[in-house]
Design a protein around this ligand. Structure first.
Ligand code: PHE
Length: 339
């Protein structure tokens, strides 16, 4: 029996098949119910007990070798049969898995799209900024708490160079270069020195808008924001403005929208108030216009700013802010259809 096994082992390497049919015939011949391997197994039963161990191992190796050889012959046959003789080995493998857009990009694009239909153009600026563009030109007093170490990331040894904590710095950069009419939308990443948790992160994304021209009024602001809210969250969305404070706007307001989950009736999402806050806004403080080279006796303007994460959370109910920066494809793949 040992001889038979050795002879068969030698046959294995020499096996060949021109097509899948021949490979299948080989399988039947060697591994089929009435095949050679089965005959050997029958023979094995009557082998003396002390030889069983050695022979059994050999039989297993043989069976494995035959199976692998036939499988590889089948694979080869399948390749030549489907691709024909001219196999292009440089071809990209299919299917190519499609990536998804990041949810923050999807929402940012949507926001930018809505405002560009209202005549706003895109403006972008650096994330590493100087104090002037982030704070001083925006009318922050020298001792304003936002400049504090707790909020702002400073570049070591350059106290004047910081990571921008809001995209208002881009507004400053636009105003210093351009005279009104100005109508820009500024999306971008901003940094604040906060402990990372489900509700806060050390960086997030904003979109700010600025409109400066003659006779720009608070009514214009309100109308544009109402239109934005209805485009973003549906035509039945209502808005509400509450008085607030920002150094760079006067008067200032925070805007709520009627909760789009319960339609304003009150639910756990809106803490049973029927309203959720989405942005800050106001009329550009004349001191900001003057500091940036725009004559405040001729021009007025409005500005608004919102967190993209916040808007995304409202649209998609993402519960944990950290999901946005962890690159977990299980999370990202949920936005395939939102592309
Ligand atoms: N810059 C403000 C912030 O970061 C947002 C804002 C922009 C508010 C413009 C009013 C007007 O919180």
């Amino acid at each position: 029996m040992l001889n038979k096994i050795d002879k068969l082992m030698a046959e294995v390497a020499a096996m060949h098949a021109k097509n899948a049919g021949e490979a299948e015939n080989l399988r039947i011949k060697y591994l089929g119910r009435k095949g050679i391997m089965n005959d050997l197994m029958e023979e094995f039963r009557s082998v003396a007990p002390e030889k069983k161990r050695e022979l059994g191992q050999k039989l297993n190796t043989l069976k494995q070798a035959i199976t692998e050889r036939i499988n590889s012959l089948k694979d080869q046959a399948a390749v030549t049969e489907t691709a024909g003789p001219a196999v292009d080995l440089t071809r990209t493998p299919y299917p190519i898995p499609l990536g998804t857009r990041h949810p923050l990009t999807i929402v940012k694009n949507e926001i930018v799209d809505i405002f560009s239909r209202l005549g706003f153009t895109l403006a972008e600026g650096p994330e590493v900024e100087d104090d002037w563009h982030v704070y001083s030109s925006m009318n922050f007093a020298d001792d304003h708490p936002a400049r504090d170490m707790q909020d702002t990331f400073f570049i070591e040894s350059h106290p004047d160079i910081i990571l921008r904590s809001h995209t208002s710095s881009v507004q400053a950069r636009v105003m210093e270069k351009q005279q009104p009419p100005i109508r820009v939308i500024c999306p971008g990443r901003v940094y604040r020195n906060e402990a990372i948790s489900a509700r806060a992160h050390c960086f997030f994304h904003q979109v700010e808008g600025l409109y400066v021209d003659k006779n720009v009024s608070f009514t214009d602001l309100k109308q544009v924001l109402l239109l934005f809210a209805q485009e973003m969250f549906g035509p039945d969305t209502k808005i509400r403005l509450r008085p607030s404070y920002f150094p760079f706007t006067e008067p200032s307001a925070e805007m709520d929208i009627s909760c789009h989950l319960c339609g304003g009736k009150g639910c756990s999402f809106c803490k049973h108030t029927g309203w959720v806050e989405i942005l800050g806004c106001g009329m550009v403080d004349p001191a900001v216009l003057d500091a940036n080279g725009i004559d405040s006796s001729v021009y007025t303007g409005y500005a608004f700013g919102m967190g993209i994460e916040r808007i995304t959370n409202l649209k998609y109910q993402v519960k944990d802010l950290r999901m946005f920066s962890e690159n977990d494809t299980r999370f990202l793949d949920e936005f395939v259809s939102a592309n």
